[in-house]
Design a protein around this ligand. Structure first.
Ligand code: CA
Length: 403
């Protein structure tokens, strides 16, 4: 698995003001028209690959949101040669870390990707399984602690603390394991919230139709958003006040493959079953939400004797499978290079490959049309808040202004 040697292509080299290895600056003179190649397996859905034709829908006219109307975006290749990257985030010190699903964590410092941790022999990489998440402890500068989320060779979730030693990983310690009754719907995203706790998204256990019944239960760790207190040591965790029950902060999720905090707002892209993909946003301080699944799929009644939606969070945005197959959530833009984009939550779809954003009020904007990309597996965020996205073919692209 070490044979892959990512070749960093900093697209912003032509931009005179570029000073970062992240390629965070502007518009390259060489915008890439992306026609990625392979489709290695959807980061969601039911076990069968979605077969929605990726080219049928036409792009809707973008909603006018102030100066967004005058903005055009493009993609420029940032780094390539990964196997199947699913996430890129900065460490607090600015180094970029790439989660490669087969089980390799890459660190990019000064434009040079190198393996920080290779546990591919301990990770089951198959379709939605693999290494899926990383989060840096808020006290990383002094304790060097980060956390990883992966599916082990038994098919179960493992969350570990890892002590960083420069550009390599030192001691690892398992802090939480979750048995997975099926191979799909593994969640896998983690972030430290504004409350300083580690937040962990889990899927409903898989199969289809919430068949294991986890999504509406607060006494299982599946189909939920978990919230635990970790550090400053590498061992264990405690449960903070304010959860719904034990580790569970919220229920009603199907497969929150990618999600993100933006200040106190928690944005979740929850992958739907056969009909509806959704984006949810809540202020985490407002209590312990129920995101609806599987009583609801999106805003539609799905599976209940009575469709009682009282108290449930309904999507700020949803789309049907005429426009995709599995939502790939991103981040809210807070960078400097594209101020018009500030506050927009960017996301894509695994099958249809467009790039879209929605704001807190639900206004939607289309940026790149259907077919622009193939197999968008995740998004990335740079040290200065610039955004990236990545595909199953192993390339990371910077989202840039189309000058
Ligand atoms: Ca929902």
């Amino acid at each position: 698995m070490r044979r892959l040697i990512p070749l960093l292509v900093v697209a912003a080299l032509t931009a005179g003001c570029s000073d970062a290895p992240s390629g965070d600056t502007t518009p390259s003179a060489n915008p890439v028209t992306v026609t990625a190649a392979t489709t290695a397996g959807a980061p969601d859905s039911t076990t069968t690959a979605p077969d929605t034709a990726p080219a049928t829908s036409t792009t809707v006219t973008p909603t006018t949101v102030g100066s967004l109307d005058d903005l055009a975006l493009t993609l420029s290749e940032f780094a390539t040669g990964f196997s199947q990257p699913v996430l890129m985030v900065p460490a607090p010190d600015g180094r970029l870390f790439v989660v490669d699903q087969p089980g390799i964590l890459w660190v990019i410092e000064d434009g040079d990707p190198q393996p920080f941790l290779d546990i591919s022999s301990e990770v089951r990489f198959d379709n939605e399984q693999g290494m899926l998440g990383i989060a840096f402890h808020p006290g990383f500068a002094s304790n060097n602690l980060l956390y990883i989320y992966y599916i082990d060779n038994g098919g179960n979730t493992v969350i570990e603390s890892v002590v960083a030693a420069g550009n390599t990983a030192g001691t690892r310690q398992k802090i939480l394991g979750i048995d997975q009754p099926a191979a799909n719907h593994n969640g896998g995203m983690m972030e430290f919230g504004p409350d300083g706790n580690l937040w962990i998204g889990t899927g409903d256990g898989g199969g289809s139709n919430n068949q294991f019944g986890n999504a509406q239960r607060a006494d299982t760790l599946l189909g939920a958003m978990l919230r635990i207190t970790v550090g400053p040591g590498i061992d264990g965790y405690t449960i903070p006040a304010g959860n719904l029950q034990d580790e569970v902060w919220a229920i009603g999720l199907r497969n929150p493959w990618r999600w993100a905090f933006d200040g106190n707002d928690l944005w979740i892209a929850d992958v739907g079953q056969a009909t509806i993909e959704e984006v949810d946003v809540v202020d985490w301080r407002d209590g312990n939400p129920n995101f609806g699944w599987s009583i609801l799929e999106g805003s539609e009644c799905f599976q209940a004797d009575t469709c009682d939606r009282s108290g449930m969070v309904e999507p700020v945005y949803e789309y049907t499978h005429s426009d995709g197959c599995a939502i790939t959530g991103g981040f809210v833009y807070r960078g400097d290079a594209i101020p018009e984009l500030t506050g927009q939550y960017l996301f894509s779809d695994y099958c249809t490959g467009w790039l879209r954003s929605v704001d807190r009020e639900g206004a939607v904007h289309d940026w790149l049309p259907t077919g622009t990309l193939t197999g968008v597996t995740g998004f990335g965020i740079g040290a200065s808040g610039e955004l990236y996205l990545m595909t199953a073919a192993g390339t990371i692209y910077a989202v840039a202004r189309d000058a």
